[in-house]
Design a protein around this ligand. Structure first.
Ligand SMILES: C[S@@+](CC[C@H](N)C(=O)[O-])C[C@H]1O[C@@H](n2cnc3c(N)ncnc32)[C@H](O)[C@@H]1O
Length: 286
């Protein structure tokens, strides 16, 4: 417990989202994550633990001098969300490199995945004048950074309409014009031909779930997706393909892409250092 508090106390905090504790990379509490979201301390328990009460008491003490006005707790295994200090604010944002993401703490996933920060930075760097296809767009984080990087056209595709609506709002709250940006609520596996509408794309981003029952199963569906890429790309298209599972190795994703398309592996985008032992692999192909 002492090392948990020491660890989170050593982080330099400001308004930006910061993962303070990433359970998977830690010896002590593998079921726990703690994020600093401006004035909110966001604590997630992934499984039941006899230490929960003690951890929360210690975190309350920590916030007496850390500046956090609210502590929000999500027990993912019981689907409960509640505040133990302050309240759950009606409006809250995660800020990443000055970009705002609208949050909803009651959703299982709150609207922002911090482990993709370096991927979004990479996309911002290469987007100028580009036509981009953002598959599994969720709340359109890649689109925000692509637009800031000067993208000409962006098509965001996700079957979750409410996530796309948040994505649209995210462009507005960041004063990004929606000119040239599309939001397509398609099931990507069933509506691939519709993606040709704005093809060929200069950059294609694929950031799917590992396993979402009935929607996408990386083990069998990734290959299908890659086989379709030739119909929406050209010979200079850059592909960014991700997978986030400890059971899906980087080499396996490279093999699936290289065997089923003309794309060749170029480099891996490293994960943010706070996400120790994260199983996210974010790979670039040209
Ligand atoms: C890991 S999230 C994507 C994160 C996002 N790229 C980001 O940067 O924050 C996965 C998304 O895939 C979407 N999804 C899953 N299966 C899908 C399918 N077959 N067609 C379209 N969207 C799908 C889900 O609705 C969810 O929003």
């Amino acid at each position: 417990m002492k090392s948990l508090i020491e660890k989170i106390s050593s982080a330099k905090l400001n308004q930006e989202f910061k993962r303070l504790y990433h359970g998977r990379g830690e010896e002590e509490f593998r079921f726990l994550t703690i994020d600093s979201i401006d004035k909110i301390l966001f604590v997630q328990f992934y499984e039941d633990s006899p230490y929960e009460k003690e951890i929360l008491e210690k975190l309350k003490e920590f916030t007496l001098h850390s500046g956090h006005e609210n502590i929000i707790v999500k027990r993912r295994f019981t689907k409960e969300t509640f505040a133990i200090k302050g309240e759950i604010p009606k409006k809250a944002f995660a800020i990443e490199n000055r970009m705002k993401f609208k949050l909803n703490f009651y959703n299982q996933n709150i609207g922002y995945f911090g482990d993709m920060r370096e991927g979004r930075k990479y996309v911002e760097r290469i987007s100028e004048n580009k036509n981009i296809l953002n598959l599994f767009a969720y709340t359109c984080g890649f689109s925000l950074f692509a637009k800031r990087g000067g993208a000409k056209e962006i098509a965001n595709v996700d079957m979750n309409k409410s996530a796309l609506a948040t994505g649209m709002a995210n462009h507005q709250i960041n004063d990004l014009s929606q000119k040239g940006i599309s939001f397509w609520p398609y099931n990507i596996l069933k509506a691939f031909p519709k993606l040709k509408k704005k093809a060929p794309y200069d950059i294609i981003i694929i950031d799917p779930p590992t396993f979402q029952k009935g929607s996408f199963e990386a083990a069998k569906d990734y290959q299908k997706l890659i086989k379709n890429l030739s119909s929406v790309s050209h010979e200079k298209t850059t592909l960014i393909a991700c997978v986030n599972s400890p059971f899906f190795e980087k080499e396996r994703l490279i093999e699936i892409v290289e065997r089923n398309s003309r794309f060749k592996f170029k480099e891996r985008i490293e994960n943010p250092s706070e996400y120790t032992n994260s199983s996210l692999k974010n790979l670039v192909f040209i």
